[in-house]
Design a protein around this ligand. Sequence first.
Ligand code: NAP
Length: 241
Amino acid sequence: MKNVIVTGASRGIGKAIAITLASEGYRVAINYRENRENALKVLEEIRQNGGEGEIYQADVSLYDEVEQMVKDFHSKYGRIYGLVANAGIYIRRNIMEMSIEDWKRTMAVNLDGAFYLVKASLPYLETHASIVFIASQLAFKGSISSVAYGASKAGMLGLMRSLALQLAPNIRVNAVAPGTIDTDMIAGYSPEERRKREKEIPLKRIGRPEEIASAVSFLLSEKASYITGATLHVNGGFFIV
Ligand code: NAP
């Protein structure tokens, strides 16, 4: 059984990724920061479907906590095949409103968190391993409502490309760039904003977390054996490169 760590797997996209990967036979480390109840529900759902997993509390912005999680998972289950750096935050503030603390927090979770996960896991990975980062279309488009978020996700893509070069030929590193996906992250949308967004998207709807999970599953798997350093856009046509 292949072991995989999914950060931020207690809710939203990370939850869908954890459940999808477990249904495909991976043993999943379900990471969360504070939402233990939800993480336990994800684990329960995985077990009810005959899958395997375990929950791990760790704030991805703190290297020591990430390292402890990786060591605990490895010492119990052995070498790790896959990493999914999914944990992320979106602080809706423009340049005038954003505090230095909010900027640093965004970078610490979204960018440092991805780096810490890979750095801490390297000694424990299988020879042939696969890493997927969850970025965002806003890394490309910029964002009118958050000055830090797009920057953190663009940084993540730069990190992904360098890792793809440095960890080849045995470890593949790729990213998924979601468009607007129906999770707590967009719960702040007013009904008007939601309707407006649905109209703007060529496929005329907001995406489902499971639709990101399918893309992650593909990139993580051997089906993507010749793909590294790539970004897969999953956005209903909202941003076409
Ligand atoms: P979400 O519903 O807000 O869930 C966020 C998840 O990240 C939760 O499991 C949360 O854990 C975890 N998390 C937050 N800070 C953490 C930290 N410091 N350490 C560990 N875990 C932490 O968000 P989502 O929409 O599923 O987003 C998942 C990823 O997709 C993010 O990277 C986001 O930027 C990206 N994305 C989302 C969208 C979208 O439209 N939803 C679009 C593009 C990209 P707790 O439950 O314990 O708080």
